[in-house]
Design a binder for this molecule. Structure first.
Ligand code: PLP
Length: 455
């Protein structure tokens, strides 16, 4: 990053998320200038397959004219309005209706936010508000899981179960607890079947609830498939067993559909794929194909009635953002959901997911790959030093990070997550030829770090 280049100006001015800031000062950024379909192009014109759809979000890829047009139309009509004090706009109303039409189970009202983190912070407050409305002010604890990712704001980061998001930030806040991560490959015991493992996960949850006191536990939150924690697909029957425990102790089930929502797992919702019946659902990212920031929290009628009661008591429901239900992102999100139907996007995912899975599963034979995990169009490989013992590599090798660098050289943007896992989560519009091309580059990247692994 020399002279007055954009790269050097970046280093002088910008703070980057999830970046080793010290290494960034030396190495500078990768500057992405344009995008088309599943591809992005850097400022030297180099082409990359966006194998993670940005941050698991640009489901329609880059440059979808319909979404651009929807934004422009709404910008001209009404570039901003809010939803405080009974104000409303058409895009917000239509989007809420559309979300409820496609929502799983019996969710009946929608609240808008701008990011997954805000949506999940809203969830925490709604759970507390609801239990106050029920005269249960002690029932406030929310149980999340180790390795979960629910965002970075204070409450959402608390629910996140990855230590780097807590270290030095004085998190988690009180009333947020974590139970075991349902990752059989890592946490299954010798001789334990997957089914027994799922049963043990539910038993551990029940023990935690009993230890804390059921009258203090309000909700359980889970991503149907954990994303940033390493694309952890739970064992069969896991959520059925978990939900039986929740029912027993009157604990709400919250589905964080921020990654899994809108077709990613081969159904509209991850909750459908994994058999979850949520009382509350949060979503964001692919809701607008990430073209503009928007998120939503969907709640059951019962929870909404509790909110109505509290708002009567206090004179207002005292929560909401300047941009809650912003008409421009709402219009783009509405068009995104319409396009999903017009273009049969869920069916498209179902049609191409078998090839995605086949190419992923073939990597199980690669000398560095300990486990392959895949669900619909999201997956990851876990790199291990010893396949037989599942021993991890020395973290200081940064093996996955180096593999991802080599993939980038080969023209693929993938992501190293939660240790030595490399994830793919491409735009849903990807074709079979593009899937093959993506995995060829992925393998090239893995092969490039073989010498490093053998040191
Ligand atoms: N929940 C899940 C499952 C996520 O993957 C993310 C982001 O990656 C979030 C919540 C937080 O969303 P945001 O980054 O929009 O705040």
């Amino acid at each position: 990053s020399q002279g007055n280049s954009l790269a050097s100006r970046d280093v002088k001015s910008l703070i980057h998320s999830y970046t080793n800031l010290s290494a960034h000062e030396k190495e500078g950024p990768l500057i992405i200038e344009t995008g088309k379909g599943i591809y992005v192009y850097d400022d030297n014109g180099k082409e990359y397959i966006e194998g993670l759809a940005g941050l698991w979000c640009t489901s329609f890829g880059f440059g979808e004219q319909e979404l651009i047009d929807a934004a422009i139309r709404q910008m001209h009509k009404l570039p901003y309005y809010h939803s405080f004090a009974s104000k409303s706009t058409e895009p917000g109303i239509l989007l809420a209706e559309k979300l409820l039409e496609i929502a799983p189970g019996n969710l009946s009202k929608v609240f808008f936010a701008n990011s997954g983190s805000e949506a999940n912070d809203t969830v925490v407050k709604l759970v507390w508000y609801y239990n106050n409305s029920r005269g249960l002010p002690k029932k406030k604890k929310i149980i999340s899981r180790q390795k979960a990712y629910h965002g970075v704001t204070v409450a959402a980061a608390s629910m996140t179960g990855l230590p780097p998001l807590h270290n030095d930030f004085d998190l988690p806040i009180q009333n947020i607890l974590h139970t075991s991560c349902p990752h059989y490959y890592r946490f299954g015991k010798d001789g334990e079947s997957e089914e027994d493992f799922a049963t043990r996960m539910a038993t551990e949850l029940e023990e935690l609830i009993l230890r804390e006191g059921p009258d203090t536990v309000a909700a359980f939150i889970a991503e149907p498939v954990m994303g940033a924690g390493g694309v952890i697909v739970p064992p069969k029957g896991y959520f059925q067993k978990i939900q039986a425990v929740l029912k027993k102790y009157d604990v709400l089930m919250v589905a964080d559909e921020v990654i899994c929502g809108f077709g990613r797992t081969g159904n509209m919702w991850g909750s459908e794929t994994l058999g979850i019946q949520p009382d509350i659902l949060s979503c964001a990212k692919a809701l607008s194909s990430a073209y503009l920031p928007i998120a939503a929290v969907l709640v059951s009628e019962d929870i909404f009635r509790g909110m109505v009661k509290q708002s009567e008591k206090h004179g207002a429901f005292a929560h909401g953002y300047t941009y809650s239900g912003h008409p421009v992102p709402a219009a783009v999100a509405l068009r995104t959901l319409e396009l999903m139907e017009e273009r049969n996007m869920v069916e498209h995912v179902q049609a191409i997911a078998p090839l995605f899975e086949k190419r992923f599963q073939a990597l199980a034979d690669h000398p560095l790959v300990g486990e392959v995990r895949v669900c619909g169009l999201v997956g990851a490989v876990e790199l291990v030093a010893d396949k037989a013992t599942r021993q991890s590599f020395d973290p200081s090798l940064g093996l996955a990070a180096n593999a991802v660098k080599a993939m980038q050289d080969a023209g693929l943007i993938a992501r190293a997550v939660a240790g030595d896992n490399v994830a793919l989560c491409p735009p849903l519009i990807i074709t079979e030829d593009q899937i093959n091309d993506m995995f060829d580059k992925f393998e090239q990247g893995l092969n490039a770090v073989l010498p490093l692994a053998q040191k």
